[in-house]
Design a protein around this ligand. Structure first.
Ligand code: KG4
Ligand code: ZN
Length: 343
């Protein structure tokens, strides 16, 4: 008997990107994302504006995803959506939409943990990407989270270390803000860093009680005082040294991340190393992790760019695995802004 394809419609609305994707089994047929430029002028995500923009975007984004996938909505087998973690107002838009559509189409509903989805994006079938073997370590680095995870199976995640204050994406975005760069500043720091000298300025690496934990609030303060001091002596300090500052801060951040993942690999003996989340789009992190293949004998898994920052395809792949396990949710399932990694 020929196995029927499973079509999952996935919706992502945890922060400031409205995403919809259609998957046929573990392959992506469409992956549509509407970014919200409105936050750039405020220097960060404004929750109320984000939920309003989700409301405006969700119908056209879902329509486009179905259209691009070239399927009829009657073919959809289940709807997967981001339950959390994230901004409550944003999550509610995707959650309510997913629930209504599942009732209208009379198909199952699947709630997905956004942080698991970042990791599981590695299991999206793609000719040019290999999927990780279990167990593997994943450095999950985004605007809201920074964790080293040990992944033993598709639904067994253990936190080995995590940030005790800011997320690494915040360290990038807050540094960018101090430099007068618009939100989100991470990609811009990456761009300027390519033209700068990473050894031009030195910033100290913070120590944490658990050597696998992270701390980034000290770095933000160090950059602030460093800029204040230098601007006092030269008001054009930032514009004259922008590339070098970006390269030096980025290099410090990459060192902090690398020292922890190297230690986690040594302690666990696991050499399958993955990165995930928005900050895994960073070119120096990608290059440095990849170099671990030669230096430490790692097998590395670097996600495709479109699956690093928030997207619905990653929600869809978790939805697909849950569908195969008949792991469905009822209409009374609630959006949850704080969701632990195994929830
Ligand atoms: O995963 P994501 O899209 O959203 C969250 O779930 O938080 O991550 C967004 C974060 C932002 O802080 C953004 O500045 C950062 O990822 N980011 C980068 C790069 N691209 C995105 N940070 C450094 N270098 C990049 N190339
Ligand atoms: Zn994310």
């Amino acid at each position: 008997m020929i196995k029927k394809s499973i079509y999952i419609l996935a919706i992502e609305s945890s922060c400031d990107d409205t995403g919809a994707a259609v998957l046929e089994n573990d392959r992506v047929l469409s992956n549509v994302i509407a970014n919200q430029d409105i936050h750039a002028e405020y220097g960060g995500v404004v929750p109320e504006l984000a939920s309003r923009a989700h409301q405006q975007n969700i119908v056209p984004v879902v329509q486009q995803a179905i259209l691009k996938a070239e399927i009829d909505k009657k073919q959809i087998d289940a709807i997967a959506f981001t339950r959390g973690p994230g901004l409550m107002g944003s999550l509610l838009v995707g959650t309510s939409f997913a629930k209504s559509l599942s009732i209208a189409l009379n198909i199952p509903l699947i709630a997905v943990n956004h942080m698991q989805a970042h990791v599981m994006a590695h299991f999206i079938k793609d000719e040019n990407q290999k999927t990780p073997d279990f167990p593997f370590l994943c450095l999950t680095i985004s605007g809201g989270h920074t964790q080293i995870l040990k992944i033993k199976s598709p639904n067994d995640f253990e936190i080995l270390g995590e940030t005790i204050d800011d997320a690494v994406g915040e360290a990038f975005d807050k540094t960018a803000k101090l430099l007068g760069l618009p939100y989100p500043g991470g990609p811009l720091i990456d761009k300027h860093a390519k033209l700068g000298d990473k050894n031009a300025f030195k910033f100290t690496e913070p120590k944490t009680k658990n050597a696998l934990d992270f701390s980034f609030s000290g770095l933000k303060t160090a950059v602030l005082y460093f800029l204040k001091k230098n601007l006092k002596e030269n008001s054009k300090f930032i514009e004259q040294n922008l590339n070098d500052i970006c390269a030096s801060v980025q290099h410090t951040i990459v060192n902090i991340l690398m020292h922890r993942i190297i230690l986690a690999s040594k302690r666990t003996g696991i050499k399958n190393i993955a990165i995930a989340g928005g900050v895994s789009a960073n070119s120096e992190i990608r290059k440095t992790i990849k170099n671990g293949e030669k230096t430490y004998g790692w097998t590395t898994y670097i996600p495709k760019f479109e699956y690093t920052t928030d997207n619905a395809a990653m929600i869809g792949i978790v939805g697909y695995f849950k569908y195969l396990n008949n792991d469905f949710d009822q209409e009374n399932i609630m959006a949850t802004s704080r969701l632990k990694i195994n929830d």
